[in-house]
Design a protein around this ligand. Structure first.
Ligand code: FB9
Length: 493
């Protein structure tokens, strides 16, 4: 129990009643503190009878306090008048002369002498009693008995005093008065009910005003918010998400199926993370593998191939996928082997791994975003159109396309946009039409084309959220507060 509650109860051993304002004075405590302790006592039962009191009393305004200190305006005017009087024009220059002069005149302390043709203020009495000052000193001590209502009204009108209402409580011993507060139970238990002991206990009142505990919720990382935005855009454009839940891939699907030659630098260990255990995959569709081997080594389908000795050992090497296009290859092979070809739109957003030199904007991994459309007689115009539509949903409309090279697409284009925020052209992705040397060995019909484009998740997220260093966005140094405080992601804003 608070020491203050105890002291309040003790005050009522000898006294039959006491007001909380008096207690505040005795304990030299703020009145609100006394009220708080009182509330706590009341929660424990009828230890006290508490009668609300409303008291009105006067307190001095700052002007009233000044008069107590220096004297009333009329007294100061009287004191300022010399023996032979003062020109009224001079009196009017004195502070508070208007109210002071009129009150001094009304009190018979001064008079106006116009016999010389000028208005001269002269004293009318040899001395004065400054009752206003005397009364205000009494009011400050709450001694009002000798002050008439008329005088109080006058002081109120002159804004020398103001009426204050204060609520307090008169305390008396209650039916359950005690010097100690009974323990309040917070839980009603089965034992209390079974034993009937609940009848002798005091329970803490429910506080229906209490706010519920704020639910600790999780917060989505900015990357995941941007991923959700991109996913939504693909879904509303009719794309189906690809199953990308395999970080480990083999070189066959990651490179060979994409017509990427085995001596390509990207297939070197300094660009790719190869897996040591299990080092190799051995399960491949054998007839498809033979067609891939042929198209690499001697060509076919109108292509002369790369004319090198293609080795299965190279294709068997396991790695961390360097792009989600490996998943696109698997999906296109699956599509090619359905009973009947159906035009399809696919997308993926997932982690890819590259053994690159790290810098402020590049880590050894990033999330690739990829869109793929397989349909009859698609062309570059369709690719430019669907890319434009995709970026338009991000409010990016000023696009430029630049010819580029990818081992698995021809033609290929880099995608640029003029970023209004950064006020410059920035590269926002890459794209192309998959080569026949990739599609035809899968078994896709000759008049089916597949267009695709890709970008990352980290770059738009860094731009959107204003990160300069990728390590502030992903990795062990990330400030988790950042995750909590970042606003909702609106890439289109
Ligand atoms: O994301 C990239 N830039 C980007 C994208 C969006 C964006 O939005 C802002 C709100 C305005 C801002 C920037 N880029 C691709 C371009 C560059 O950042 C580049 O430096 C880094 N690239 C990554 C690869 O780097 C090794 C981004 C990543 C990338 C590049 C190409 C592809 C995917 C990801 C692809 C592909 C592809 C091509 C043809 C067929 C299928 C897939």
């Amino acid at each position: 129990m608070s020491e203050l509650s105890e002291r309040i109860l003790q005050e009522l051993i000898e006294k039959d009643s006491i007001d909380t304002l008096e207690l505040a004075k005795i304990f030299e405590q703020d009145h609100q503190k006394i009220i708080g302790a009182l509330k706590s006592i009341e929660a424990h039962g009828n230890l006290l009878i508490v009668e609300p009191q409303t008291r009105k009393y006067f307190e001095l305004t700052p002007e009233g306090k000044l008069i107590v200190e220096k004297g009333s305006h009329e007294a100061l005017i009287y004191k300022a008048i010399p023996e032979n009087g003062m020109l009224q024009a001079e009196v009017n220059k004195l502070p508070n002369s208007k109210i002071g002069f009129s009150k001094a005149l009304a009190a018979g302390w001064v008079q106006l002498d116009k016999s010389t043709g000028q208005s001269i203020v002269k004293r009318k009495t040899n001395s004065i009693e400054d009752n206003v000052q005397k009364n205000l000193i009494l009011i400050a001590d709450n001694k009002l008995s000798n002050i008439s209502d008329k005088e109080k009204q006058d002081y109120k009108k002159r804004k020398l005093i103001q009426e204050v209402t204060i609520k307090s409580f008169l305390l008396k011993r209650g039916t359950e008065f005690s010097l100690t507060l009974p323990k309040l139970e917070t839980d009603l238990t089965a034992d209390m009910i079974n034993s009937g002991n609940w009848k002798n206990l005091k329970f803490k009142d429910y506080n229906f005003e209490a706010l519920g505990a704020s639910p600790e919720s999780g917060f989505l990382h900015p990357l995941l918010k941007v991923r959700a935005e991109f996913r939504q855009i693909f879904l509303e454009m009719g794309f189906t998400e690809m199953p990308t839940n395999n970080f480990v891939e083999n070189s066959f699907w990651n490179f060979d199926a994409l017509f990427q030659p085995q001596q390509h630098p990207a297939r070197d260990a300094h660009d790719t993370f190869f897996i040591s255990d299990p080092k190799n995959s051995t399960e491949f569709p054998s007839d498809y593998l033979e067609r891939v081997k042929t198209v690499h080594s001697v060509g076919g389908y109108g292509s002369i191939g790369y004319r090198y000795n293609w080795k299965i050992e190279e294709a068997q090497k396991n790695l961390l996928r360097t792009h989600t296009t490996a998943v696109s290859a698997r999906m296109l092979y699956k599509l090619a082997n359905e009973k009947e070809f159906k035009p399809t739109k696919l997308f993926s957003i997932d982690r890819v791994f590259r053994n690159e030199t790290l810098d402020a904007t590049h880590l050894a991994e990033f999330h690739q975003v990829e869109g793929v459309i397989a349909d009859y007689n698609l062309n570059l115009g369709n690719l430019i159109g669907v890319i434009s539509e995709f970026f338009k949903k991000l409010n990016i409309t000023q696009l430029e396309f630049k010819p580029a090279y990818n081992p698995y697409t021809e033609p290929s284009m880099e995608i640029f946009c003029f970023h209004p925020g950064l006020k410059k052209w920035i590269e926002i992705g890459n794209s192309g039409i998959f080569r026949p040397e990739m599609l035809l060995p899968m078994g896709l019909p000759e008049n089916v084309n597949v267009i695709a484009w890709g970008l990352s998740l980290e770059r738009p997220t860094m731009i959107k959220y204003g990160f300069n260093n990728i390590r502030d966005l992903v990795g062990p140094r990330v400030d988790l507060e950042m995750v909590q405080r970042n606003p909702l992601c609106r890439l289109d804003k």
